[in-house]
Write a protein that binds this ligand. Structure first.
Ligand SMILES: Nc1ncnc2c1ncn2[C@@H]1O[C@H](COP(=O)(O)OP(=O)(O)OP(=O)(O)O)[C@@H](O)[C@H]1O
Ligand SMILES: [Mg+2]
Length: 345
């Protein structure tokens, strides 16, 4: 459906994207995830036709669109700041593109009413000035304005980042539902890994203009392909070579201490006494000392010092007082959960 073929983008000699090759399938909710400045917006703008690549091509539905002006690409885009017209009311904002296209009044009204229903904007809200709407409502207007033109592709550049945490949570679900209902191929940009993991069919993790990994959320999380992906996604502890050697000595593990090793915080278990039987086959227990405990309501985060590692361990709260700083504990983990990477310079 969408294909970037060796796309290269530079700004005045600065290469933002050295070579991007990527395919997005029809109907997919595809997310570009990465830290600030890694080239997510640039990739999106190149697809939309606002940025000319220095090399390579962009295809939509098998057709090369690299030289096609943006208004002929049938792509709708929603920006982080919504970019609504403050002098117009909501209805006029949504109808703007239809006016430009010279769609007749009756048809325009029908299309606006239809899309407003889909994004849950009431008749009353349609008549308001956009400045009278909340951030979440403005975001809906921006999406409606893009969708009313019935684009083939919807591009969303950090559409939720200006909203407070609670509303962001709610709109994630709504946005995903809307996308599924409309069935439109969507490329979503975010630096929020949680958002990416919960909303996407597939994710491309970007770093410095390059793709580190493309995959389904669970693949990205459980089998992070590179050290960058592993440390960018989720929360994990770096394991010291000494800790890895101890794992190898204590059980059946055969890990390479010269590689960079990580363990996600939710994988290990903590006990104050040595578990008589391993909780699961292959589990190994390592002794350590609790150095910190942070209570978060649903769970507590422990830091355990063991064999040169500061292990972060996330434990679900049960209401019983757990181990305290200074206590000796046993950390049980399955060496199969250790993520290993070749050390890079
Ligand atoms: N028009 C431009 N002129 C010059 N440099 C640019 C331009 N647009 C982007 N860049 C540079 O290209 C790099 C990638 O920028 P881009 O906006 O694509 O990053 P991003 O991943 O969207 O970041 P953020 O999460 O902060 O929005 C940055 O170093 C940025 O400074
Ligand atoms: Mg950006």
């Amino acid at each position: 459906m969408i294909r970037f073929d060796k796309v290269r983008v530079s700004f005045d000699g600065f290469t933002a994207i050295p070579e991007l090759s990527l395919e997005v399938e029809k109907g997919e909710f595809f997310t570009l995830l990465g830290p600030s400045g890694c080239g997510k917006t640039t990739a999106l703008r190149t697809l939309a036709g606002f940025v000319d690549p220095e090399g390579g091509d962009v295809y939509v539905d098998g057709q090369k669109v690299t030289d096609l002006p943006s208004d002929r690409r049938q792509i709708g885009m929603v920006f982080q700041n919504y970019a609504l017209f403050p002098s117009m009311n909501v209805r006029e904002n949504i109808a703007f593109g239809l006016r430009v296209r010279r769609t007749g009044k009756a048809e325009r009204e029908r299309l606006v009413a239809d899309i407003a229903r889909r994004v849950d904007l009431t008749e009353d809200q349609l008549n308001k000035n956009v400045t009278e709407l909340s951030g979440g409502q403005q975001q809906r207007v921006a999406i409606a304005r893009a969708l009313v033109l019935e684009p083939k592709i919807l591009l969303l550049d950090e559409p939720l980042s200006n909203l407070d945490a609670k509303l962001r949570q709610q709109l994630r679900g709504e946005l995903k539902q809307l996308q599924a209902d409309v069935g439109i191929t969507t490329v979503y940009v975010t630096h929020d890994q949680d958002e990416a993991l919960t909303m996407s069919d597939r994710i491309a993790v970007f770093n410095k203009g390059r793709i580190e990994q493309v995959g389904r959320p669970q693949e990205i999380y459980d089998r992070s392909a590179t050290e960058f992906v592993c440390t960018f996604i989720g929360d994990s502890s770096a394991l010291s070579p000494e800790f890895i050697s101890e794992l190898n000595r204590s059980g059946t593990a055969d890990l390479d201490p010269s590689r960079r090793c990580y363990l996600r915080v939710e994988k290990p278990a903590l006990t104050t006494t040595l578990p008589r039987e391993p909780a699961a086959a292959g589990t190994i227990s390592i002794r350590g000392t609790v150095s910190a405990r942070n209570y978060h309501g649903l769970h507590s985060r422990y830091t355990v010092n063991a064999h040169g590692s500061e292990l972060k361990v996330l434990i679900k709260e049960t209401g019983h007082p757990g181990p305290q700083p200074g206590d000796t504990v046993h950390v049980s983990l399955n060496p199969a959960h250790v993520l290993q990477y070749q050390a890079t310079a």
